[in-house]
Design a protein around this ligand. Sequence first.
Ligand SMILES: [Zn+2]
Length: 400
Amino acid sequence: MILRARTIVTMDGPPIDDGAVVVAGNQIADIGSFAEVHAHHGGEVFDLGEQVILPGLVNAHCHLDYTCLRRQIPPQGSFTDWIRTINAAKASLSTADYIESIRNGFEEAQRFGTTSIGNIASLPHLVSDIGVPPLRTWWFAELIDLRKPIDADRVLRDLRAHRLPSLDVGLSPHAPFTASAELYARVAAIARDQGVCVTTHVAESTEEMQMFASRSGALSEFISGIRPMDAAFGAVTPLAWMLNSCQPDEHWIVAHLNELTGNDLELLAVGPRFHVVHCPRSHAYFRHSRFQLENLRALGLNICLGTDSLASNTSLSMFDEMRAMQRSFASLSPLEILAMATVNGATALNRPNALGRVRAGFTADLIALPISGAGDIFEKIIAFDQPVTWTMIDGTAIPR
Ligand SMILES: [Zn+2]
C-alpha cells in the first residue's frame, strides 16, 4: 500500500512535501516523494490529502490505572499529602473500576496520537482482563515492599504467563522510598540476566531528597511510621542510594530526577547512560524544583516525555505534554521537543531501530494530522490540539 500525504515528517531528515510511504505487511518498505515512490512501487494508493504523516507518539511513563482519578485530587500542600490522598482514593476503587480506567486510558492515548506506551501496572494480575491493548504496550509490574516482601521473580513469571501477544513486560521498583535496596538489587539482576525492561521513579520531590539527605520532612515521617529506615538514609541522595543499591544498566528508564545535587550530576557523568523521562504537566502540578534539562542533556542522557497518571495530570495527550515542555523550555526547538515524544521515547523503550521514525525497515506505526498552510511544520504539529484523524499501528489502519 502507498500512503500519500501533503508532507511526511520522518524524524530522519527534512520533511518530504508531496510525499509517500510504502507499507508492506507491518513494515515501512520505502519512503520518498510521491512521484519517485509511485514510479517504483505498484499497489493501491491511499491519499491522505492535506495531512502530515509522522511517527506515532511514544508515552514513556504513565499509570493508566488512575485514569478515573482525573481532577479528583487537587494539588496538595505536599507530595506526602498527595500520596496519602491517592492511597485513600485507591482504596475505594473496585477491580471493575481499574479495568475500565485502563481501557479508557488506552482509548484516550490512542485518540491523541500515542501508538506506544510504557504503562506501570499496580495490579499486574489484571493484565489479562484488559484484553489486547489497542496500542503497543510495555507493561511494567509495580513493585513495592514497604509493608511486606515481594518476590520480583514470581511477579515477572506471573506477568509472562498472561501470554500477551507481541507485547513487552517489565518491572518497576516503585521508588527509593517504597522499594528496598534488596528489591532494587534483585530487579537489576533479573534485568541483566533476562533482558527485562525496568523503570523506576527517582528523586521526584524535595521531600524525597530530605528523607535521604537528613531523615527529615513529611515523607521521612510518613515512611518511618511504616518500616525502619535503611541505615544509609540520612547522608545520601535518592539517586546515590539507588546507584549504590543496584547496578542499573543503560537500559533503565528513570522517571523524574527533579532533585539532583552537584554530586549526583558527577555520578551521572560516570554512571550508566540510562534514559530519563520527564513529565512536564505532572511536574507543574507538584511544583517540583526546575527540571535540570540542560545539565542532563549535557551529560548525554536520552530525555523523553511521559504523561504520568491522571491523578496528577488532566489528559493523556502527548501533544499537551509537548506544549507544556515548550512553555517551560523556550530554548528547545519544536523539532527537539517532537523528538522527545518519538525517537527518544522509542530509544528508551528499547526500539531505536524499529519505532519513532518513518524509515524503511521500521515498523509502520504512523499518525496523520490535518495541517495546512505555510509556516514551521514542527511548530504546527506541537500546536495540534484535536484528536488525530488517522492512525496506523503495526501496518493496520485503526478504524475511527
Ligand atoms: Zn509515575
